[in-house]
Design a protein around this ligand. Structure first.
Ligand code: ATP
Length: 242
């Protein structure tokens, strides 16, 4: 493996019962990159992320993270190794406070000083979460919930962040805000694998991109090359590229 590849999938096949959702997906993410994983509804983007983070087991193929084979490592052991997944739909706990949701992200950490440092970092990135830290998470807007989901992931001090459609359901201004945060995190050293249906948004930021269709990678390339190839991508995405 090239030394600068921090996360890779090698011919992963993933099934839901008898149905094959991934037919041998291979991809790699280099240290410091933002890599976009694009594709239409049902193409297998979320399944790829779930397989990488151990939430579903691949039936064949392998996943490597920081030079180690993690194919069989259970999902709950990966965050403290530095691989953190922000799932689609945010999955925050509405009847807990914002602060309690954030604390869940650092549950593996015994060091209170370090936990406080991470919390301060999250509050600096998302001042709204600081202001409303004692309020119930259910009262946050969609955009704020996305910020909370990302904030909770940051509490685990990720080296690689798997982000599943952070723009979903957000107004354009909020998409911009969330993507600015993603870019800032990347500049601070977090490597990012970003799942998006909205290829325009993703390719504005991505160093490299993959396009999935029906469980297979059908196109890959530098973000800038893919961005200038919007028509092709749009065809693969079934017209969702705009
Ligand atoms: P979306 O953005 O709509 O989530 P996606 O590209 O992330 O799309 P996946 O959610 O990974 O796609 O779905 C890939 C395929 O696996 C689809 O055919 C989907 O119907 C199927 N699938 C996904 N989750 C399950 C599940 N829990 N049980 C059975 N089939 C599933």
């Amino acid at each position: 493996m090239e030394p600068d590849i921090v996360l890779s999938a090698d011919r992963i096949v993933t099934r839901y019962g008898g149905i094959k959702a991934l037919h041998g997906v291979s991809l790699s993410v280099k240290r410091g990159q933002i890599v976009a994983l694009l594709g239409a509804n049902g193409a297998g983007k979320s399944t790829t992320l779930r397989t990488l983070s151990g939430l579903i087991a691949a039936s064949s193929g392998s996943v490597r993270f920081l030079g180690e084979d993690i194919t069989k490592v259970p999902a709950h052991r990966l965050p403290h190794r530095g691989l953190v997944h922000v799932p689609e739909g945010r999955r925050i706990f509405g009847d807990m406070t914002i602060k309690e949701n954030l604390d869940l992200g650092s549950f593996t950490l015994a060091d209170d000083v370090e936990r406080r440092r991470r919390l301060d970092h999250v509050f600096e990135l998302f001042p709204i979460l600081a202001r409303r830290q004692n309020g119930d998470a259910r009262n946050l807007s969609g955009g704020e919930q996305q910020m909370l989901a990302i904030g909770r992931a940051l509490m685990a001090a990720p080296k690689v962040l798997l982000l599943d459609e952070p723009s979903m359901g957000l107004a354009p201004q909020l998409i911009k805000e969330v993507m600015n945060i993603v870019q800032r995190l990347n500049r601070e050293g977090v490597t990012i694998l970003l799942v998006e249906q909205n290829s325009k948004v993703a390719l504005k930021f991505a160093d490299y991109g993959y396009v999935l269709k029906a469980g297979r990678i059908v196109l890959e390339g530098l973000g800038s090359d893919l961005a200038s190839n919007e028509a092709v991508i749009s065809a693969y995405l079934g017209g969702v590229a705009a």
